[in-house]
Design a protein around this ligand. Structure first.
Ligand code: C5P
Length: 292
């Protein structure tokens, strides 16, 4: 039996850091949205036990790959490992702030659960997922969500915003731990950030499908530290705004940026122009939550 899962990338409409925990992880408040830019994971049940992974791209196929870690975590939780062969087709840029590796891990957990006749509930899968990465629980279901804690405490949001979104990345990737480290040196333990950071106008804008209200509230705390080191980030943000985006921001720990557009034709034209400039650029749309 074979199952095919799309691994949707995410963007962050909003990302604020509210504190640093004793274990070094950061408490954050973020509004995440999955978009139609996706990898494809094809998983076939085979004889034997454990996972083999095939990746076309220059990616590790051992347990450095989150897909393999996800499979190992799944089998450890089920106590009933079976054999599977996974083929990963990559489209999401890596180390880009788009959650690509986490999306692949989430797709693997969904695929194994389907091959395993729905052994785990969505909540149980989320518990396995958080051990692999802070944004993996969100990427199992996707859609729109307000996420707190280290990213794993999720409140689904009923977004009616279907605006075209252009995602673009230029230059080398950014390591997430390094970006958090840069925030630590820059913001002196986040003492200024202790209050309630819920982005109420943004959430209302998403619920009302009001692109202008959303555009007025998008924010990413990482932008301040990553954009300094990466001039391409500022250049892409400027380009998106000149090309008609209502607003643009960096996604996650960067260096990808996204712009929210009013109409698809402008989004397509901006994507073509960005590709001609040498960026990895994708015209996409928000995707809805998956029901497991
Ligand atoms: O959870 P994930 O593996 O994606 O995180 C990668 C790294 O980013 C962690 O090892 C940690 O250094 C940092 N991180 C953090 N606070 C978070 C999420 C990640 O400091 N909420």
């Amino acid at each position: 039996m074979t199952v095919i899962e799309k691994a949707y990338a995410k963007i962050n409409y909003y990302l604020e850091i509210s504190g640093r925990r004793a274990d070094g992880y950061h408490e954050l408040e973020t509004v995440m949205q999955t978009v139609s830019l996706a990898d494809t994971l094809t998983v076939t049940r085979v004889a034997g036990e454990g996972i083999t992974l095939e990746t076309g791209a220059a990616l590790p196929a051992d347990d450095k790959n989150l897909v393999v870690r996800a499979a190992n975590a799944y089998f450890a939780a089920s106590g009933a490992p079976f054999g599977c062969h996974a083929v990963l087709e990559k489209r999401i840029p890596i180390e880009a702030g788009l959650g690509g590796g986490s999306a692949d891990a989430a797709a693997m957990l969904r695929a194994l659960n389907r091959l395993d006749k729905g052994r785990f509930s969505a909540a149980e899968l989320a518990e396995i997922a958080v051990k692999i990465g802070a944004d993996v629980p969100f990427l199992i279901v996707g859609g729109t969500a307000l996420c707190r804690g280290v990213g794993e405490v999720m409140t689904p949001i009923e977004s009616t915003l279907h605006a075209p979104i252009v995602v673009a990345k230029m230059g080398e990737g950014v390591s997430t731990p390094a970006a958090f480290g840069a925030l630590d040196s820059h913001f002196d333990n986040f003492i200024d950030f202790r209050s309630d950071h819920t982005p109420v106008p943004l959430l209302a804008g998403l619920q009302a499908g009001d692109g202008e209200a959303v555009a007025a509230s998008i924010f990413n705390r990482f932008e301040a530290v990553v954009a300094d080191a990466r001039p391409a980030v500022g250049a892409l943000l400027d380009f998106l705004c000149r090309a008609g985006a209502l607003a643009a921001a960096m996604s996650g720990s960067g260096p990808s940026v996204f712009g929210i557009f009013r109409d698809a034709a402008a989004a397509e034209a901006a994507t073509a122009a960005l590709s001609a400039m040498g960026a990895d650029a994708f015209a996409c749309t928000p995707t809805e939550a998956i029901s497991l």
